[in-house]
Design a protein around this ligand. Structure first.
Ligand code: MN
Ligand code: MN
Length: 296
């Protein structure tokens, strides 16, 4: 009688799936606008807007094996959410499938990256093989925010401090003086949104991937904070920041990075603050990632 809506074309069972989607309806640490917990379902709904055929890759998503696990059943405890995200992501990675997390706020990405370390890294190596490419308007390098350490405003910092220093940020245009100083101090590579505008996404992505490979990275998680997009393209986000990337820039990043990416998340879409544009774009970017990765 009851049926949870699944992402469009996610008709495969788990066992046969190459891509496994799950929702993380969590926004407990959101500082400015709450509501990203509504995004997984909004993106699922929006996903039915699109043709199943992708003309750029000449493939039909109905021919791919995609499964949607539904949403994690969460309360408001951040640590428990991170443990659940980590466990689900690690299960999917160990089963040689590609995890796709629909946020929710950016905090959840810590759980995804921890799963990479737990599931894929060689335990005999002290230096992690796993790295992360983050598209975000914000550095998210605060030590703590509003008295909370596991916050969306600290996610890059926590990943770099606890999990892996193989981290590159793209699309940055906001951070405190302390965050910029910290990035310099520990050697976090970041590319500004202006740099993407001036040099083009292709050269920025190539340099970012080269940096990750040079540092010994063999598997990459791609995290897209929707506020990396200019508010003109994605007004419904938690912390909108002008002078951002175009939807084409972000699509280009996904197409170029996909061959090297083993896990994906899209976070910080906030459907209560627009007329559906941001969830629509988020759903389309998920579909583009699936198409791009499936031809690799
Ligand atoms: Mn963020
Ligand atoms: Mn952000």
């Amino acid at each position: 009688m009851f049926r949870q809506r699944v992402f469009a074309d996610a008709t495969s069972g788990y066992k046969d799936a190459d891509f496994v989607i799950f929702g993380v309806p969590f926004d407990a640490t959101s500082s400015f606008r709450h509501g990203s917990s509504e995004a997984p379902d909004a993106m699922r709904k929006a996903s039915y807007n699109f043709e199943t055929y992708n003309d750029f890759f000449d493939l039909d998503l109905t021919d791919l094996n995609i499964h949607d696990l539904g949403d994690l059943d969460l309360d408001t405890h951040t640590d428990e959410m991170l443990r659940m995200v980590c466990d689900v992501t690690a299960m999917i990675l160990r089963d040689h499938k590609i995890p796709i997390a629909l946020g929710g706020e950016h905090t959840l990405t810590y759980g995804c990256v921890r799963a990479f370390i737990e599931a894929l890294d060689d335990p005999d190596r002290s230096d992690p093989d796993s790295g992360i490419l983050i598209l975000d308007a914000h550095l998210d390098l605060r030590d703590e925010y509003l008295g909370v350490k596991q916050s969306h405003a600290c996610v890059s910092r926590n990943i770099v401090d606890d999990l892996t220093d193989k981290c590159v940020l793209i699309g940055v245009r906001s951070g405190s003086a302390e965050e910029y100083a910290y990035a310099r101090e520990v050697g976090i590579l970041w590319h500004s949104a202006d740099e993407v505008n001036d040099a083009g996404m292709e050269s920025v992505i190539r340099e970012s991937l080269d940096t990750l490979f040079d540092r010994g990275c063999t598997q990459i998680h791609l995290s897209i904070d929707a506020d990396v997009l200019d508010p003109a393209y994605a007004p419904g986000v938690g912390n909108p920041e002008p002078f951002g990337l175009s939807s084409r820039d972000v699509r280009a990043a996904i197409r170029l990075a996909a061959p090297y990416v083993c896990g994906f998340d899209i976070v910080e879409v906030n459907p209560g603050y627009d007329h559906g544009e941001s969830a629509m774009l988020g759903a389309r970017l998920v579909r583009e990632f699936i198409a791009a990765k499936s031809v690799c």
